[in-house]
Design a protein around this ligand. Structure first.
Ligand code: FEO
Length: 173
């Protein structure tokens, strides 16, 4: 049985993943409206991924005897000064989610809920990879720049980037 304190925190995490999905969706829409189609495709995909993170948590809560609650979704930020601000916000958002997952891991350790602790390992790995990807994207943006033609190349290149969930995996040859 899920300890009630952990159920409450898991439901808060459901809300965070839902808000993250909405933020990515808003970023995708902003990029699409500025003809950054590659960035938009990447961000739409990330929005879908965040929704799957939310659903995975909900299923776990219900399977463990709790009740997963569908959260209200606050309106995310809708305007950005440019593509750099979009991806700086991505990194800030992912760092905040990592912090939240780590706090959940701490709580499970304290309450000796080893089943949830094990379940959360997937999220620990995922967050490590999402933060790494966010930093890689900002590095590429710094190299290519936010003006034409670098921005055009960045917008093309970003479509090939995705989360690699194998920590320490060798780069593809
Ligand atoms: Fe599911 Fe990237 O937080």
């Amino acid at each position: 049985m899920l300890p009630s304190e952990i159920e409450k925190r898991l439901n808060e995490q459901v809300a965070r993943e839902s808000a993250s999905s909405a933020l990515y969706l808003s970023m995708a829409s902003w990029c699409e409206s500025h003809s950054l189609d590659g960035c938009a495709a990447f961000l739409y995909r990330q929005s879908d991924e965040e929704r799957t993170h939310m659903l995975k948590l909900m299923k776990y809560i219900n399977d463990a005897g709790g009740h997963a609650l569908v959260p209200a979704v606050p309106q995310p930020k809708t305007h950005f000064s440019g593509v750099r601000e979009v991806f700086e916000d991505v990194l800030a958002s992912e760092s905040s989610i990592t912090q939240s997952i780590h706090e959940l891991v701490d709580l499970c350790t304290r309450l000796k809920d080893y089943t949830t602790l094990h379940f959360l390992q997937w999220y620990v790995t995922e967050q490590h990879e999402e933060e790494k990807l966010s930093r890689t994207i900002l590095d590429k943006l710094n190299i290519l720049g936010t003006e034409s033609p670098g921005l055009y190349l960045f917008d093309k290149e970003i479509t090939s980037l995705k989360v690699d969930t194998q920590i320490g995996a060798s780069p593809e040859a």
